[in-house]
Design a protein around this ligand. Structure first.
Ligand SMILES: Cc1cc2nc3c(=O)[nH]c(=O)nc-3n(C[C@H](O)[C@H](O)[C@H](O)COP(=O)(O)OP(=O)(O)OC[C@H]3O[C@@H](n4cnc5c(N)ncnc54)[C@H](O)[C@@H]3O)c2cc1C
Length: 454
């Protein structure tokens, strides 16, 4: 069947490389960054242009095969086993329009390339903590990053997209053309078609005051208790988060934190150093003398240094909750889970949302009015087996759940069974209606699936 599918693609003039099982290049092309899955598609078709995307959709449809889309694979949650995996990594090309402060990208572009092009012009996109993720998947799934409290979700910054729909047609989606499709794309992920080009707004941010401060894990409860009250006063220009983790015990990690459990404050302030220091002083006071780290003025592009080189592909389990406040029990539960020397937890991350993310821009992204998220994660390449990791996270979730809203954020979840929890009920219903119009047979289902309304 692999050979037949490849032959059909070629007959229809698919131009990009096609990889079949057993051939060199198949594994590299099929494997997602997120190694929980080991997808076994019949073919991996690497599109080089929108016409290739149209052909791949039509051929998969005609042969009634599962169909998946993958750029970097950071967010691959359902494998297109026995089907066509469309890779978009070759469809790149970043074009910045300095005058109108916009950028146009291909579906294979990653944030790093956008930042490379925009940063020298004093412009910034609404990218996230990791510049190595794809612009398309990140934006379609919402996208929250360093500048989101000031400018909103990446999905809010989408101006226009070209999309190959389930019938293989190429359509434009914008406020003026197919506005229902445009609405759904801004948060509804890959459910409505394959995006072949995106145009996004850029923002005039030339300098930020940003960095990381690492404190001993023993200070975690004090810092978090201060953080929950302090966050109410945080200006929109400031984005912060707290991460509890064990630093690797390797030579590349500086001795003050090497092999230690720490709580790290991550901050990015669109403003000057003196004001930034004043704003962050209460958190520094709660943490005492940091083990290491500091903030400095840098261009927006400089923020990339804070996350370092691309992380290795990973299999992990996560749990995500949103909170209206960080109650004492929440802080106690997450701090004790993260600071115990024998804990299975690799990372616990607390983010403060709000600011422009809380403004209703009319897009279906997430739960806008929720101020805090906590993501806990277990790296399965550490000692934990999957059942052990699951049992650990379930036990922690049981303690957090009574205080949580029950909502999640699409880009942070990897369990497709949770997709609905990422949306407000009214948006979920409307997304299902739009899905019924554009993809009534649920052709695009290898994803965080939104089923068509019945
Ligand atoms: C280490 C790490 C850090 C992260 N940090 C953040 C963060 O700070 N903020 C945040 O918001 N998210 C974050 N994410 C989540 C990330 O944004 C999602 O995983 C996102 O899906 C990655 O996009 P991608 O295009 O690289 O993914 P891929 O895995 O290639 O694609 C994921 C899904 O997106 C859809 N998709 C991708 N391309 C297209 C397309 N052209 N057309 C239609 N649908 C498409 C498909 O449904 C696909 O299955 C992080 C993820 C990881 C692993």
């Amino acid at each position: 069947m692999s050979q037949e599918t490849a032959a059909d693609l070629r007959k229809a003039s698919f131009q990009g490389p096609i990889h079949l099982p057993g051939q060199e290049g198949y594994d590299e092309a099929r494997l997602p960054w997120r190694r929980n899955l080991d997808p076994k598609p019949l073919v991996v078709a690497e599109a080089v242009n929108a016409n290739d995307v149209q052909i791949a959709v039509r051929v998969a449809r005609e042969l009634d095969l599962p169909f998946g889309v993958q750029s970097t694979g950071h967010g691959t949650v359902v494998a297109a086993d026995g089907g066509v995996l469309l890779k978009t990594t070759r469809m790149t090309g970043v074009r910045v329009d300095e005058k109108h402060q916009t950028v146009t990208v291909g579906p294979g572009d990653i944030w790093n390339s956008v930042i490379d092009a925009a940063d020298p012009l004093g412009l910034a996109p609404l990218s996230g903590g990791l510049p190595w993720v794809g612009v398309a998947g990140y934006t379609l799934g919402g996208g929250t990053g360093w500048l989101s409290r000031k400018f909103g979700f990446a999905a809010d910054s989408l101006l226009r997209a070209t999309v190959v729909t389930a019938t293989g047609e190429l359509r434009t989606a914008s406020e003026d053309e197919n506005p229902d499709l445009f609405w759904a794309l801004r948060g509804g992920s890959g459910n409505f078609g394959v995006v072949t080009e995106l145009q996004l707004r850029l923002f005039p941010v030339s300098q930020v005051y940003a960095g990381l401060l690492h404190f001993p894990i023993a200070k975690a409860a004090d810092i978090l208790t201060r953080y929950r009250d302090w966050a109410r006063t945080e200006p929109d220009e400031l984005n912060t988060g707290l991460v509890m983790l064990k630093m690797p015990d390797i030579e590349q990690v500086p001795p003050p934190v090497r092999g230690k459990r720490v709580i790290s404050l991550r901050a990015c302030y669109i403003g000057e150093q003196a004001e930034g220091d004043k704003l962050l002083a209460p958190l520094r006071e709660a943490g005492g003398e940091p083990l290491m780290g500091g903030l400095r003025m840098m261009t927006y592009g400089g923020v990339r240094q804070l996350t370092g080189p691309p992380p290795r592909p990973l299999a992990s389990l996560e749990h995500v909750d949103l909170f209206r406040s960080l109650d004492d029990e929440v802080i106690e539960s997450v701090v004790s889970a993260a600071s115990d020397d024998k804990t299975l937890l690799s990372v616990a991350e607390i983010r403060h949302w709000g600011g422009a993310m809380a403004h209703d821009t009319g897009t279906p992204v997430g739960h806008r009015d929720v101020p805090f998220s906590i993501v806990t994660e277990i790296d399965l390449s550490d000692q934990a087996t999957e059942p052990e990791a699951k049992a650990f996270l379930d036990a922690l979730a049981a303690r957090l759940r009574p205080h949580a809203t029950g909502g999640t954020f699409l880009n942070f979840i990897n369990d497709p069974a949770l997709t609905e929890t990422a949306f407000e009920p009214a948006n979920w219903q409307r997304l299902r209606q739009v899905k019924k119009v554009y993809d009534p047979s649920n052709f695009f289902h290898c994803n965080h699936n939104i089923p068509p309304a019945s």
